[in-house]
Ligand binder design. Structure first.
Ligand code: UT7
Length: 337
């Protein structure tokens, strides 16, 4: 049977570094609070002039990944785009990226699973490869959060944690008897907790999606989050869902070389390490530099972990895990060929 092999990774962040001190000028917050509560020191935001969508950031990350794989965009037979911040309400950013890659008929699918978008994308890519529906897949996670954040004190709990960024992976179906590729994945959702992290407006369910004279002081246009509830849920569910994938892969935690978790809060990932009784060097962190880039966060961390040679040699095993809006959570185990 074919195995889903990651051929390459790519990443891109926009050029504007926003430090915690920059945020202090916009709202009542402090570098000390942000660092202590989240581990974040800076994040990247798009330019305030012109237009930059998730597909634009995704394009740059895709170009890097394609070049590293030695693939042209015409080699692709499927594009999966994970984002919670699509360029526009529709069509999906996958279609926009596909056109920017110079393509006109390659299928493109958007995944709206927030922080677990990459995990859902990986499982989808694997299913397409194993069923023979596709063989060379581009999986992208990209977010532009900064244009939709409430940059006043009212929105500080949410705004300080999010950053813009993109990452992409080229995945190929390879016939091999080796135990390699995506070994297991476990996905979940609980829509009953949708309100714990959501942006409510604009909403298609309303008779008038955009009421006249949209009030910019209406919090429902901005993401709102029950941070402590999500924090607690993450700490409870991540170990469980990690064990679920370990069981499916018939593996022990000790066989995992590196955990590359969603970068939502350094404290969540440290708590995960403590719960699993793992050395901190077994868990990859880059939230300090990028903040929470949602669907981009796991592939961005994977890209850097490979770049820093923390993972990526044949036989290395990496475990991905994350929880976020939806709520959705999941994990996946991947073995390099
Ligand atoms: O990736 C998507 C999934 N999301 C997550 O995984 C997020 C999980 N949750 C978290 O990371 C944390 O809950 C936050 C970082 C969002 C908040 O940290 P916390 O330690 O849970 O703080 P809190 O919400 O309990 O607030 C503590 C205090 C409050 O003040 P009072 O009521 O104690 O006076 C907040 O108003 O901190 C205040 N606060 C801030 N102060 C300075 C909240 N945000 C800020 C801020 N700067 N940015």
């Amino acid at each position: 049977m074919k195995k889903s092999i990651i051929r390459s990774t790519g990443m891109f962040v926009p050029p504007n570094v926003i430090t915690n001190h920059d945020l202090e000028d916009m709202m009542e917050t402090s570098d000390e609070w942000i660092k202590q509560r989240t581990g974040i020191e800076q994040r990247y935001w798009i330019d305030r002039e012109g237009e930059t969508g998730a597909s634009d950031l995704g394009l740059k990350a895709s170009e890097m990944a394609l070049e590293k794989a030695g693939w042209g965009s015409r080699d692709l037979d499927f594009i999966i785009f994970a984002t919670l911040s699509p360029d526009i309400m529709f069509p999906g950013s996958g279609c926009l990226l596909q056109a920017k890659l110079g393509l006109d008929s390659t299928p493109a699918l958007d995944i709206r699973q927030q922080c677990t978008g990459f995990l859902y994308g990986l499982a989808t890519a694997d299913a397409y490869i194993k069923s023979g529906l596709a063989n060379k897949i581009l999986l992208v996670g990209a977010e532009v959060h900064s244009s939709g954040l409430d940059k006043t004190t009212r929105g500080r709990d949410v705004t300080v944690i999010f950053g813009d960024g993109a990452a992409a992976v080229c995945i190929e179906g390879v016939k091999t008897d080796e135990k390699a590729g995506l070994l297991a994945s476990s996905l979940h959702a609980d829509g009953n907790l949708a309100q714990a992290l959501m942006t409510e407006l604009p909403a298609s369910k309303l008779p008038l999606r955009l009421p006249e004279g949209v009030p910019t002081n209406d919090v429902r246009y901005y993401p709102v989050m029950d941070g402590p509830a999500i924090f607690k849920k993450a700490i409870r569910m991540l170990p469980k869902v990690i064990n679920e994938s370990l069981k499916k892969a018939k593996m022990e935690l000790g066989e995992i070389d590196l955990i590359v978790p969603h970068q939502a809060n350094m404290r969540i990932n440290q708590a995960l390490g403590q719960f699993l009784k793992l050395d901190d060097n077994k868990i990859f962190h880059n939230i300090q530099k990028y903040g929470n880039t949602t669907a981009a966060s796991i592939p961005l961390a994977l890209h850097e972990a490979i770049d820093q040679e923390r993972i990526g040699k044949p036989g290395d095993v990496v475990l991905f895990a994350g929880l976020g809006a939806g709520l959705t959570w999941g994990s996946a185990i991947y073995k390099f060929l």
